[in-house]
Design a protein. Structure first.
Length: 174
């Protein structure tokens, strides 16, 4: 697991190569196996491979989402806010589990934060995505995970980057 975590980096440039169905299925299984509070599993996922829809979704934020237009796959992570008071945490866990599975499969990924982000000065990113994907009320949008074969190389994290000063034993502080 540590090897996966050291190697996983946010990838924003992808090759124009489709992802095999088995790999997409594996990523979705990983999402469905994600832990959730009290086993409620309030999340749902929209798998997007249509280039036109990916382009529209890539415009969901002022900054930080444009690269989605070149990804072969985007997975929109949703959750029923009335099913669980911790839907944000549950959807976040599913998001990172998908990213870890993508890494294991030799794919790159990047989290695009949607909740609490803006499309423009008056419309939220979430509202924009709701309109594009016809998402009903009561279902919230946490993130979009872009996935594809990496077209950029990033060095793995190193042991030197780990900030052990953020770890305390038995109480806060030293």
């Amino acid at each position: 697991m540590l090897d996966i975590l050291f190697k996983r980096r946010s990838i924003r440039r992808y090759k124009s190569k489709a992802i095999e169905r088995e790999k997409v299925d594996s990523i979705l299984k990983a999402a469905l196996l994600s832990p959730s509070s009290r086993g409620i599993r309030p999340w749902e996922f929209i798998v997007v491979t249509d280039r036109a829809v990916l382009y529209k979704l890539s415009q969901c934020r002022k900054h930080g989402s444009a690269f989605l237009k070149d990804a072969p796959l985007g997975i929109v992570v949703l959750a029923h806010e009335n099913e669980s008071d911790v839907w944000v945490e549950d959807a976040s866990i599913a998001s990172i589990i998908m990213q870890l599975e993508a890494q294991v499969l030799g794919l790159g990924s990047c989290w695009i934060q949607i909740r609490n982000r803006m499309y423009d000065d008056t419309k939220t990113s979430e509202k924009y995505i709701r309109d594009v994907l016809s998402i009903p009320d009561g279902i919230r949008v946490e993130s979009i995970i872009s996935i594809g074969y990496p077209d950029e190389e990033k060095s793995p994290h190193s042991e030197d980057e780990l900030d052990y000063d953020k770890i305390y034993i038995n109480r806060y502080g030293n």
